[in-house]
Design a protein around this ligand. Structure first.
Ligand code: ADP
Ligand code: MG
Length: 335
């Protein structure tokens, strides 16, 4: 595969990491362990306890378009997260990649892919599941390497990816280590609130409201901070659409609108919101570097988020001062 083209799929350690974690999730992992060195520039390892890869499919997994996840439904309904069989081959074409895997009761096998050159399979002693290690990303592709940033900012991007995926899947355990340091260890089967609080700020556990709203087949759920708990940036505002972490400017505006009466303009609540809607109402563009969405009815989604947050804050006793008349009576009556 063309090495510059590979950079379209994988542009930095964080985008490779995202693909590897998503493969683990697709494989039904209950736990995923991520180990990074120097922000992933020196090394990325992702180990899962998923269903593994059959010996005869190991090499195939590193060949282009070798996805085992062929969609039999319409493309927008594809449940798996994969980028159609391009991730592993792309990463392997621009790094030294080791793929080791073992299915349940079988033996483990490993193969190496050194900048596109695949070596023969060798036995590997390992627990069931899959472990992928990536070293020297873009070492042989100066045109791409020059776009890489400092270990510090590559690490920040990796951390953001792991956080988002770990929030999206609080049923799965995640361990993150960076340069020998344990960053977090999240057990499988956590409640969403606990998971989000553990990933953003433990104090959020005592300073949040639960968001829950259903409207016309769309559901909004999540965790949002009380207006007294805020940050100087909107970095910790997370949106998930149909289980996928996405980035959308709509969120920032909607959150600002919902909290406008409670919070200074330069302060930002922290939150994680999960929208579930019919697949045909949203187009999720799974460009691996940045997942973006296009809602068929963005105004409706914005309205959902504003109302969902308002209602949650309202129920927690947050009142808009200048609307005190009507709503405070309401509050008295309810209690
Ligand atoms: P995609 O995820 O789009 O299928 P990838 O290049 O990410 O493509 O992976 C290629 C194939 O390798 C997958 O379809 C899957 O069969 C296999 N594979 C990759 N990673 C894993 C994993 N962690 N566990 C099980 N199978 C995997
Ligand atoms: Mg994949």
């Amino acid at each position: 595969m063309n090495r510059i083209a590979a950079g379209e799929v994988v542009e930095r350690p964080a985008s490779a990491l995202k693909e590897l974690i998503e493969n683990g999730l697709d494989a039904g992992a209950r736990s995923i362990a991520v180990t990074l060195r120097q922000g992933g520039l020196d090394g990325i390892a992702v180990a899962d306890d998923g269903h593994g890869i059959a010996r005869e499919e190991m090499a195939l997994a590193l060949e282009r378009h070798a996805t085992s996840k062929m969609p039999d439904e319409a493309i927008e309904q594809v449940r798996t997260l994969g980028f159609r069989g391009e991730a592993l081959p792309s990463i392997g074409s621009v790094s030294r990649l080791s793929l080791a895997s073992r299915q349940g009761s079988g033996d483990g096998w490993r193969l190496l892919c050194d900048n596109g050159v695949i070596s023969p399979l060798e036995p590997a002693a390992m627990a069931p599941g899959t472990r992928v290690e990536v070293e020297g990303l873009f070492e042989r592709v100066p045109a791409r390497r020059k776009f890489l940033r400092s270990p510090r900012s590559e690490y920040a991007a990796c951390l953001d990816i792991v956080r988002r995926l770990a929030m999206a899947r609080s049923d799965v355990g995640f361990v993150l280590e960076h340069d020998g340091r344990r960053i977090f260890s999240l057990p499988p089967g956590q409640d969403r609130e606990d998971r989000v609080a553990q990933l953003i700020d433990r104090e959020l556990a005592d300073n949040h409201v639960i968001v829950a709203l259903e409207r016309e087949g769309v559901s909004l759920a999540g965790v949002a901070s009380l207006p007294t708990f805020h940050r100087g940036s909107a970095d910790h505002q997370y949106l998930f659409v149909n289980g996928r972490p996405v980035r959308d400017r709509l969120l920032v505006g909607a959150v600002r609108g919902a909290y406008a009466d409670f919070i200074a303009r330069d302060r930002h609540p922290v939150l994680a919101l999960f929208l579930t809607l019919p697949a045909e109402d949203v187009d999720v563009n799974v460009h691996p570097a940045k997942t973006e969405v296009r809602f068929r009815d963005p105004a409706f989604m914005r309205g959902m988020i504003v109302s969902g947050l308002r209602r949650a804050l309202d129920e927690a006793g947050m009142r808009v001062a200048n609307k005190a008349d009507a709503s405070s009576t309401d509050l008295w009556q309810r209690e």
